[in-house]
Design a protein around this ligand. Structure first.
Ligand code: PEP
Ligand code: MG
Length: 292
């Protein structure tokens, strides 16, 4: 089977109706690059930036973040790298954030909500990201979005950071794409409105499943109630991709469902532009798209 999969190495995943699907990698730290480079990834569709914030006793400085992002962009050598801003809270905790104890952390102060509540923390990350954008093809992605007003606030902060860097004479890519994760039912349902505000969508099926089906992703007891192919999820995915395309932006999937090859035909039919997954699953997905 390994030899069969290797025959798809280096090939573009083009569907029978001629649509190129980027098959990208999810990573959690620069140390994962080796696996990505060996896996024939078309890019990085999700770089979870939490590793920079976890396992330490204070906020990571801009310079450390810049170096980590730059390293990944340079290694990918012009291929797209989507870096997701801080998605802490819920299952991922860091003491120095001094987040209040919550009854229901998955629905609590997490991810973009922390960034909007603590603009200085967010600004530091945005500065590091924009500085790194001078070294490759960067997409900046925001998690846990539920409303248009959040996206507008985020875009204002991005514009401020760009203006600051420009005034300081620091190089960055003016065209670095800004995208959002579609991982709440609210975001999927208003994806027509959100699509006017951003350059891309990436569907986070792990959280989208949890919130749509009301099944805690951390609770093994409700696992039997977690139907990952639930029609509600498939409809939300279809709606999101259709609304993206109507607005002329691209849409990918970066949750675990992206690597589910029993759904690859569905993703192709819907017109998904990118699938991002653990590096080890990439060739299997390329084979599924190409071998017919
Ligand atoms: C998701 O929710 O599908 C996702 C990709 O993000 P995470 O698994 O990091 O929450
Ligand atoms: Mg998520």
């Amino acid at each position: 089977h390994r030899r069969y999969l290797d025959t798809f190495r280096g090939r573009e995943a083009v569907t029978p109706d001629g649509h190129r699907i980027l098959v990208c990698a999810n990573i959690g730290a620069p140390k994962d690059l080796e696996a990505v480079l060996g896996a024939d990834a078309d890019g990085i569709g999700l770089f979870r930036s939490e590793f920079l914030y976890l396992g330490r006793d204070n906020y990571p400085p801009e310079e450390d973040q810049y170096q980590a992002y730059r390293q990944v962009l340079e290694a990918m050598d012009g291929r797209m790298v989507v870096i997701r801003t801080l998605d802490i809270g819920a299952d991922k905790q860091a003491d120095y954030f001094q987040l209040p104890k919550e009854e229901n952390p998955a629905m609590g102060l997490r991810a973009i909500r922390i960034c909007l509540t603590r603009p200085e923390v967010f600004r530091t990350q945005l500065r590091a990201l924009y500085r790194a954008s001078a070294h490759g093809k960067l997409g900046i992605m925001f998690p846990m979005i539920t409303s248009v007003s959040e996206v507008k606030r985020i875009k204002e902060m991005c514009a401020q950071v760009r203006a600051e860097l420009k005034a300081e004479g620091v190089p960055f890519d003016e065209h670095a794409e800004l995208g959002i994760m579609i991982e709440t039912p609210a975001a999927a349902v208003i994806s027509d409105l959100l699509a006017r505000e951003v350059d891309f969508f990436s569907i986070g099926t792990n959280d989208l499943t949890q919130y749509t089906l009301a099944v805690d992703r951390q609770n093994a007891q409700v696992e039997p109630f977690c139907d990952r192919h639930h029609e509600a999820l498939l409809r939300l995915i279809r709606t999101t991709v259709e609304n993206a395309h109507k607005a002329g932006i691209w849409a990918g999937i970066c949750g675990e469902l992206a690597a589910d090859t029993t759904l690859t035909d569905f993703f192709m039919e819907v017109g998904v532009d990118e699938l991002s997954m653990t590096p080890g699953a990439i060739l299997e997905t390329k084979a599924k798209i190409l071998d017919r």
